[in-house]
Design a protein around this ligand. Structure first.
Ligand code: ATP
Length: 483
């Protein structure tokens, strides 16, 4: 049977990956906590991204900027005036929806019914109305498409209103305008305002990039689908600063590079695709999403945007500080390119969405055995580099020195790989426990180990076992757990 989101949510909670926030108080909508295994998987994804960006590129460096920023930052970025979602309420159920999501849902329905042209036309019309900020038109479209509230079943809709997604709070004790501060809705601006600091202190030459991983906050109108749409989430963003006129070339390069990354962390090609935007964000002149096929359909996990000089130019205007770069390279006439505000191509991926994609992709239920011994086997087929534990060391029995031997092996592996030791139940049960959290290698210590210093390695996906010398373990496991 196909995996449902409920299976995923259930497994994530039961095995220590994701818990609802403040659960003892019945939770907080669209906020989640990562558990003991979830934090490892998420950290491994972040480490893979950080390595792909900073270690594998000589011209990309990282920063870690604060969540709080000067309020003018968000004026310059366009978020104060333009970071809105169109919302609509159903008068009967009093439920609030995102108008664009209602229309996208209808388009998906057309698509499912084989009416692809109709779906495309609807999305195009929606894009046109939203770009023109024709909110009355958006409402008319919802009504003419006969879109019903999923709760009340009626078409009794209010006006469409714009709703700003930024959270604000007060800094200091005086509640006046100047102390109003926002929780950053994206990490990108921390990079833009530090562009010259990094460029100068690192003597960076264009083209170069700045990468950052950090929390972002959005007051999403409809928060659902688990860690796909949260109000507090984590972004992994990289702004690549380039010479104006070269943006399409870099846009194409980063599109390919980012698609490659998702495949390298184990997402299969057939579950990934590019999706061009129907409506460009206020800052972009070209934009594409990388989508992954979740149990609820193809959805965005990463955005790649050509942002031109929109952000740096606006920061220059509001801060009155020049945001220029002097390019000493020579143009075709042999003259230096000179001073300019760089263009930017950005790659922006949500750590939580990537986590959910990796988790959904790994969740596997298989039927194993034959005849009367047919049974279901559930395991997480995670890329070994992402697994919370790489190795579990399991003594066949506790007595006759096997437990001590297994502990000694676990201790010798610990500093190289995250290793766990378990002697708590029948060996089959212990294998199952590791399968459920995605441990790729289980090492069993048996009586033969005591005689010849060999152990068995059991491979998670095939359940096959091989006999290996203890002295070879590090090397054997090491090359399989790297990306
Ligand atoms: P959507 O259209 O789904 O709201 P977006 O286009 O607004 O997403 P961007 O502003 O491009 O998203 O943000 C870049 C990335 O940040 C997204 O690809 C996504 O992975 C992640 N992201 C954005 N909003 C959320 C959220 N509410 N919860 C989790 N991740 C998010």
């Amino acid at each position: 049977p196909a995996t449902s989101l409920q299976d995923i949510v259930g497994h994530a909670k039961e095995y220590g990956f994701v818990f609802p926030s403040s659960e003892i108080y019945d939770g907080l909508q669209a906020v989640y906590d990562y558990g003991q295994n979830g934090v490892e998987l998420k950290n491994n994804l972040k480490a893979a991204w950080w390595k792909a960006m900073t270690q594998l590129h000589d011209n990309i460096v990282g920063i870690d900027a604060a969540i709080f920023m000067h309020p003018l930052t968000w004026k310059a970025s366009g978020h104060v005036d333009g970071f809105n979602d169109p919302m609509i309420d159903n008068k009967d159920s009093k439920k609030r929806y995102r108008a664009d999501q209602l229309l996208e849902g209808k388009a998906e329905q057309y698509e499912a019914e084989g009416q692809s042209e109709k779906a495309k036309a609807l999305l195009a019309e929606m894009g046109r109305l939203l770009s023109a900020e024709d909110l009355a038109g958006v409402r008319e479209l919802i009504i003419s498409e006969n879109i019903k509230c999923p709760v009340s079943g009626t078409t009794n809709w209010t006006e469409v209103r714009q709703f700003n997604l930024m959270f604000s709070t007060q800094v200091g004790s005086v509640a006046e305008d100047s102390s109003l501060i926002y929780l950053r809705p994206e990490t990108a601006q921390g990079i833009f305002v530090n562009f010259l600091n990094v460029q100068k202190s690192g003597r960076m030459k264009i083209p170069f990039g700045i990468a950052q991983i950090g929390k972002a906050f959005r007051n999403e109108i409809v928060a659902r689908q688990f860690t796909f749409r949260m109000r507090e989430f984590e972004q992994m963003e990289m702004q690549f600063f380039i010479r104006p006129g070269t943006e399409m070339e870099w846009y194409e390069k980063w599109k390919e590079a980012r698609m490659k990354f998702h495949k390298a962390v184990g997402l299969p090609a057939e579950k990934l695709k590019f999706h061009d935007h129907e409506k460009l964000a206020h800052y972009a002149n070209a934009a594409v999403d990388i989508e992954y096929e979740f149990p609820f359909g193809f959805r965005e996990i990463e955005g790649i945007h050509s942002r031109t000089d929109f952000d740096l130019r606006n920061h220059q205007e509001l801060s009155k500080k020049k945001q220029q770069y002097f390019d000493s390279d020579l143009d075709e006439n042999g003259k230096p390119y000179g001073n300019y505000i760089p263009y930017v191509v950005e790659t922006s991926v949500g750590a939580d969405r990537l986590f959910l994609a990796a988790f959904c992709n790994a969740y596997t239920v298989e039927t194993v055995g034959e005849g009367d011994s047919l049974k279901e086997r559930t395991y997480l087929k995670l890329h070994p580099a992402l697994a919370p534990f790489k190795v579990a060391v399991l003594p066949l029995v506790k007595k006759d020195g096997l437990a001590e031997k297994a502990q000694a092996i676990a201790n010798s592996l610990k500093s190289s790989f995250r290793t766990t030791y378990d002697d708590g139940a029948a060996i089959g049960k212990r294998y199952t426990r590791q399968d459920l959290i995605g441990t790729p290698f289980c090492i069993a210590v048996d009586y033969q180990t005591m005689e010849d210093e060999t152990v068995t390695i059991r491979h998670r996906d095939t359940m096959e076992q091989e006999r290996v010398a203890i002295s070879e373990l590090k090397e054997k496991i090491g090359y399989q757990v790297a990306i």
